[in-house]
Design a binder for this molecule. Structure first.
Ligand code: NAD
Length: 348
């Protein structure tokens, strides 16, 4: 296959790109604007492969996107490019509307033009795969799980923009017949995660002996998915997913934030013992405005229909992740010394 991956220099997109090159014969084109969150260093392990190519472009740029389709001739488009951080969406929602909504619209318009001109056999096999989030479903109470048919109820500027992009993708399927598939996944974690997100921020602050800021009382629950398990799910959906369907992808790993931070502290103490341990560094800070209480995914459909199962339990994935940040300090130090220094974002 020829696979175009938007946002392939980001956290999940780079994991998908590495997985394609390392475990398939497919050719990939990463199309990425290289915003603050895009990082070519995350693609270094595959950059020299002849089946890998990279194009710096903005998904809102209709002409550039159209050229990418016609020159690369994809069989599958995996659309991951997005503004992805809830706290940043509180500070500056405009970029989220632009990239997540307008950018997805541009990607769909270009896909439609390209798909309509394909010969029948290639048009039949073409897929536009949109990567979305469980946050579109809103917040759960203590019980229940998000299923594919759970009604949308987004609450943050980020999740509202992603919900809007999901609706656009479904509308292009319903109205124009474009072969689309949507996946909604839970919180990813793992190597190459930008240090503004909870898990890498806690690990890096712990390495540097800095305070570990936990929002509210750390009671919020997330369902953690190891990024390489997610990449495997996305590759499977690209090959075997049913057009028009959506698939929820989750790790069956529900953890309260405070328990995640405790687990990181304990792993850090095992790898790099500190007098008094690391839990002393935890400081509770004002909660995120509108912070959703709990997300949890029912991923039984992708497990049943496509045979996908996460390989990592949270304990094993987190151990690998802490180890990776200890072993790859040059990757995150380049970020921490420049575009993001660990400051608090998303405070009203
Ligand atoms: P990320 O922020 O790490 O990466 C986003 C990438 O998109 C970056 O490389 C950035 O340069 C690129 N990008 C941003 N705007 C662009 C534009 N206008 N044109 C071209 N490229 C642009 O994000 P991520 O965590 O890897 O998330 C990838 C996708 O998965 C997003 O669509 C996100 O909504 C979704 N998602 C993420 C999670 C998670 O836990 N990280 C969970 C559910 C869904």
């Amino acid at each position: 296959m020829r696979v175009m991956i938007t946002g392939g220099a980001g956290f999940i997109g780079s994991a998908v790109s590495r997985a394609f090159i390392h475990s398939s014969d497919d050719h990939i084109l990463v199309l990425d604007k290289l915003t603050y969150a895009g990082n070519l260093a995350s693609l270094k392990p595959v950059a020299e492969d002849p089946r890998f190519s990279f194009l710096q472009a903005d998904i809102c740029d209709r002409a550039a996107v159209g050229r990418a389709y016609s020159e690369f001739q994809p069989d599958v488009v995996m659309h991951l490019a997005a503004e992805s951080h809830v706290d940043r969406s509180i500070d500056g929602p405009a970029a989220f509307i632009e990239t997540n909504l307008v950018g997805t619209f541009v990607m769909l318009e270009a896909a439609l033009e390209y798909w309509r001109a394909l010969p029948a056999d290639r048009a039949r096999n073409f897929r536009f795969q949109h990567i979305s989030t469980d946050e579109v479903f809103g917040s759960l109470g203590a019980d229940g799980l998000f299923r594919e048919d759970t009604p949308y109820a987004p609450t943050s500027p980020y999740s509202a923009s992603k919900a809007g992009s999901d609706h656009l993708v479904r509308a292009w399927r319903h109205t124009y017949g474009l072969p689309t598939i949507v996946t909604n996944c839970s919180n990813n974690y793992g190597p190459y995660h930008f240090p503004e997100k909870l898990i890498p921020l806690m690990i890096i602050n712990a390495i540097e002996g800095k305070p570990l800021p936990v929002y509210g009382r750390g009671e919020n629950v997330r369902d953690w998915l190891y990024v390489e398990d997610h990449a495997a799910a996305l590759m499977l959906v690209a090959r075997e997913g049913v057009v028009g369907d959506s698939y929820n992808v989750g790790g069956r790993n529900e953890w309260r934030n405070i328990d995640v931070v405790h687990a990181i502290c304990d792993l850090m103490n095992e790898f790099r013992p500190r007098a008094g341990g690391y839990r002393d560094l935890i400081t509770f800070v004002n909660d995120r405005p509108g912070h959703d209480l709990r997300y949890a995914i029912d991923s039984s459909k992708i497990e049943r229909d496509l045979g996908w199962k996460p390989a990592e339990r949270f304990e094993t994935g987190l151990r690998k992740t802490v180890q990776w940040y200890l072993d790859n300090q040059e990757w995150w130090q380049a970020i921490r010394s420049g575009k993001y220094r660990g400051e608090r974002l998303g405070v009203l």
